[in-house]
Design a protein. Structure first.
Length: 231
């Protein structure tokens, strides 16, 4: 990653026109080619940026720009559109590059694997008399997150998402169609479980006879004592 603190002005041309007047700003050039322009404020959001795929070139200023005090120009061109970022640098206060290496990514509390384990441990939250058959029940097209039995001993396939959207409902539908062909499992009903379920996903699931369950992650972990709540 390259970090440059400079007095600069910025022009954005393409689907929209934008202008940042001369000021001191932080310029970030990332390994993926993206270029971001930050001010000393506004939290994480840049004032302007160019996302990859794009290419950056440092060029000499035009005559009129040089007369205004511009010493260098960054031209950042998007590869799939006419969008162009033009950074006119008047003075460089800092310029350094740092190799950050491969990032392991953000490890979030409450991701699908944690939700799956917790729900399997507390399968009774779905209904009295429910029991766990197994986690990661394998089918010919992939594993179902949880296979359980309800209080009538019927099989239930449970698909778990952190955020429930239409593609998750479609995934569970394919599992159910396949599992209901197995005489040792059929009839198999479905539950679509997530911390948040989008309205469109809920409508589609309920139209297909799939029950939607919103998971309370804190309650499953035993952190949130639901019985002691006032509301």
């Amino acid at each position: 990653m390259r970090l440059v603190i400079a007095r600069c002005a910025v022009e954005y041309e393409g689907r929209l026109q934008a202008h940042l007047p001369l000021a001191t700003r932080l310029l970030l050039v990332k390994a993926d080619g993206s270029v971001l322009v930050h001010s000393d404020g506004g939290s994480y959001k840049p004032l302007n940026w160019m996302s990859p795929p794009c290419a950056m070139a440092e060029v000499e200023p035009e005559t009129a720009e040089a007369a205004e005090g511009v010493v260098s120009v960054w031209v950042v061109q998007h590869a799939k559109s006419e969008d162009r970022l033009r950074v006119k640098i008047h003075e460089v206060l800092h310029d350094s590059s740092h190799a950050l290496g491969v990032d392991p990514g953000l490890v979030k509390d409450g991701v699908e694997a944690h939700l799956q384990r917790l729900l399997a441990e507390h399968i009774h939250t779905l209904g009295a008399g429910w029991s766990l058959v197994r986690r990661e029940h394998m089918t010919a097209i992939g594993p179902v997150d949880i296979l359980a039995r309800d209080d009538d001993r019927r099989h239930v396939a449970i698909e778990i998402k952190r955020r429930g959207e239409i593609d998750g409902v479609e995934q569970l539908t394919r599992y159910l169609e396949l599992m209901n062909r197995d005489p040792h499992l059929a009839p198999v009903t479905g539950i679509f479980a997530a911390q948040e379920i989008k309205p469109q996903a809920r409508v589609l699931a309920e139209d297909r006879g799939i029950r939607c369950v919103v998971l309370d992650y804190a309650a499953l972990r035993g952190i949130d004592d639901v019985d002691s709540r006032l509301f």
